[in-house]
Design a protein around this ligand. Structure first.
Ligand code: PMV
Length: 324
């Protein structure tokens, strides 16, 4: 198939996991939100067969067919690989094969649990798909799972879902996802510990824990499920105090699971000590970011205490992937 247009621009949001990370891989529910930081993608058709990637995320290059085939046989090392996979999977969907210039610009850091790999693949699939026709959100989300498998080995699919649909969602690997209808106004602070880590490795470590002691693991997983169900009610009731307390409880569960780190526990403690309603790891842990639920009164105080760490205030973003 030939392109119907030569240029498309898209964007997809960063995400936070409010409740249920890791256990979501084991069919337990999770609550996720998209936040107001985005990955922007511009794609243009080239006159040759190369795929040329430029990004502000420390990767890029020019890839002819030979190079692309070579990369396919290698294990995951760079975001270039899932990006090329997302591009070729999308073109296959339309029975197309053209050269492309891809420009990727992210407003948030990579490898810190904010869903950059899913946001990149979702924005790219929407952009490349729109060159040839139309893809709905469900299709975009499904195509991105292949690229996510390369990065995360055994992803739950939650990151792809939130980047595609946006807003606040209740995600379950089996029953898929539901939008949470609530006009709750979450004042969230994201704090980056600065420690990069790979989600795939963390997910593998958790799997080993499960295999070593399934009973203990399932106790934690069931507690996570209960916390998530209570959190859903707190969101609907706009009970900020309860929501904060549940976030902190969720953090202690992740600590027991072994995915926290001293620095993350310390940042959570600083936040709580300075008036936060709740705080926890977001995403895989092992480094990356924590999220803090606060109110107007304590926001500045908490941010001041986090000196030396990248810190930003976030709101829940309603929009998922956007075609500009
Ligand atoms: O990529 P991260 O760090 O946002 O974590 C993904 C969330 C996990 O639950 C740990 C894995 C998954 O696939 O859901």
């Amino acid at each position: 198939m030939n392109p119907i247009t030569n240029h498309v621009g898209t964007s997809a949001p960063a995400k936070i996991i409010l409740f249920g990370e890791h256990f979501v891989v084991y069919n337990k529910p999770a609550i996720l939100a998209s936040i107001d930081k985005r990955v922007h993608v511009d794609v243009s058709v080239r006159n040759d067969n190369k795929i040329v990637i430029k990004s502000n995320m420390g990767f890029g290059g020019s890839f002819d067919e030979k190079k692309r085939k070579q990369l396919q046989t290698k294990s995951f090392k760079s975001l270039v690989q899932p990006i090329l996979l997302a591009v070729t999977d999308t073109m296959e969907e339309f029975n197309a094969s053209v050269g492309l210039d891809l420009n990727i610009r992210s407003e948030f850091p990579y490898g810190v649990g904010l869903g950059s790999s899913a946001a990149c693949s979702v924005a790219i699939i929407a952009a490349v798909g729109t060159l040839f026709g139309k893809l709905n959100r469900k299709k975009i989300c499904n195509i991105s799972l292949n690229a996510e498998k390369l990065v995360h080995r055994n992803p739950s699919g939650a990151d792809s879902a939130i980047c595609s649909y946006g807003g606040l969602i209740l995600f379950n690997k089996n029953n898929n996802m539901k939008s949470i209808n609530s006009d709750i106004d979450l004042e969230l602070i994201v704090i980056n510990s600065g420690i990069k880590r790979t989600t795939g490795k963390l997910v593998s470590n958790v799997k080993q824990k499960f295999e070593r002691d399934a009973d203990m693991f399932m106790d934690l997983a069931n507690t996570s499920e209960n916390i998530t169900i209570q959190a859903l009610k707190a969101i609907k009731d706009k009970d900020y105090d309860e929501l904060g307390a549940l976030m902190t409880l969720n953090h202690s569960l992740l600590y027991k699971l072994g995915v926290s780190k001293n620095i993350l526990d310390k940042l959570v403690e600083i936040a709580l000590h300075n008036g936060a309603l709740g705080a926890k790891i977001t995403g895989g842990g092992g480094g990356g970011c924590i999220i803090v639920l606060t109110n107007k009164h304590f926001k500045n105080k908490i941010m001041k205490e986090m000196k030396g760490y990248e810190t930003f205030v976030s709101k829940v973003e309603r929009d998922g992937v956007i075609i500009k």
